[in-house]
Design a protein around this ligand. Structure first.
Ligand code: ATP
Length: 345
């Protein structure tokens, strides 16, 4: 019986998580998945109740679960707290506890919603890519690092196991999708990228069905704008992934549409890309699409049920067309949108 730890969090987090849980419960009832849900305090509200953003009980809960579904954390109420009590500190601790080294961010332009994209519709139509970003290594963590009056330096460093494990996540994802993968680096200038490319090539040998190519990051930035339809899975390191995933995230045209998954050594975490949106919290108008799509990713990547993950995606696509929320120029509230998804399932 798969255990799902729910960390609804702050702001619109609880509203959109509730919507996602309703969708999972509906599939559970129809398919007999035997899902077990347990809720845990996390972020600002955890700090209010337990004096810390990532309490012990939550830590135990996520370690014992098969998957974590997270809403959103943070808000102005907690911004002035000392660093160790801030919701964001809880998020860093959660990532560390679970060893989350791969971040998966799909960017899909839903059929009929091309007009939301900043790209011309003919370029946006059919875009469906997945950025797999290495999350715990590279220049953001490499040593030596330092700054003095006269100079500053950082180190971009990757070890073979670090590249191998994130590459495997990306190739496994490609096997569940269109079986195409592009690895992004700067191998014409950086030794670390030359090494990255070599290790990715080695891992590719184990995935003969995946069509693999390499692109330099500068060229890839252009391709993502001029012909994004060409790509399926995009594998890249921490720095390049940080930039390219933000670039790709604007293609669908709304923050309310973007799910994500973080996979690692222990329990995987699924969460919408958007924040806690305190301005609309409690008003019943938050778009739950990203949270519901995150639940879809949970089915695909944690429970290995990609057909159900795709079913969720199709139902959300239908609801976005027939019951758009205010952030998409529609009038449907969270509840009405979720009902439409449930009907479309
Ligand atoms: P963070 O720093 O946590 O990313 P933020 O306030 O900068 O938080 P978000 O909370 O992600 O960014 O959202 C920015 C704005 O976008 C919100 O204030 C809200 O108006 C809108 N927004 C974000 N997510 C949604 C959603 N799911 N539905 C509707 N509107 C949303």
């Amino acid at each position: 019986m798969p255990k799902i730890a729910l960390l609804p969090g702050d702001g619109i987090g609880p509203e959109v998580t509730e919507a996602a849980v309703r969708v999972l419960e509906a599939l559970d009832a129809a398919e007999g998945l035997g899902l077990v849900f347990e809720r845990f305090a996390f972020g600002g509200e955890a700090n209010d109740r337990f004096g810390e953003p990532f309490p012990e009980e939550t830590k135990r809960g996520v370690l014992e679960a098969d998957a974590v579904l997270l809403g959103a954390i943070g808000g102005p109420k907690w911004d002035a707290l000392p660093r160790e009590k801030r919701p964001e500190t809880g998020l860093l601790a959660l990532r560390k506890t679970l060893g989350l080294f791969a971040n998966l961010r799909p960017a899909k332009v839903m059929a009929g919603l091309e007009a939301l994209s900043p790209l011309r519709s003919e370029l946006a139509r059919g875009v469906d890519l997945l950025i797999v970003r290495e999350l715990t290594g590279g220049i953001y963590f490499g040593t030596p690092r330092g700054i003095t009056e006269d100079e500053a330096y950082n180190t971009m460093r990757y070890t073979r196991p670090e590249v191998e494990r994130v590459a495997r996540v990306a190739f496994d994802a490609a096997m569940k999708r269109k079986r195409r993968l592009v690895s992004v680096d700067k191998a014409n200038v950086l030794e670390v990228s030359e090494f990255w490319r070599k290790v990715v090539e080695e891992v590719a040998q184990d995935y003969p069905e995946v069509e693999t190519e390499h692109q330099y990051v500068d060229a890839m930035a252009m391709h993502l704008v001029t012909r994004p339809q060409r790509f399926d899975v995009v594998l890249t390191g921490n720095l390049f992934g940080d930039i390219l995933s933000d670039l790709a995230s604007v293609l669908p045209g709304s923050l309310g549409l973007l799910p994500s998954a973080s996979l690692g050594e222990k329990t995987p975490v699924f969460e919408p890309v958007h924040g806690s949106a305190p301005d609309i919290a409690g008003k019943g108008r938050a778009n739950p699409a990203a949270a519901i799509l995150s639940a879809g990713m949970l089915l695909t990547y944690a429970l290995e049920l990609p057909e159900l993950g795709q079913r969720v995606e199709r139902a959300v696509e239908t609801a976005l067309k027939t019951a758009p929320t205010p952030d998409l120029g529609g009038t449907a509230g969270t509840e009405a949108f979720t009902e439409t998804v449930l009907k479309a399932l």
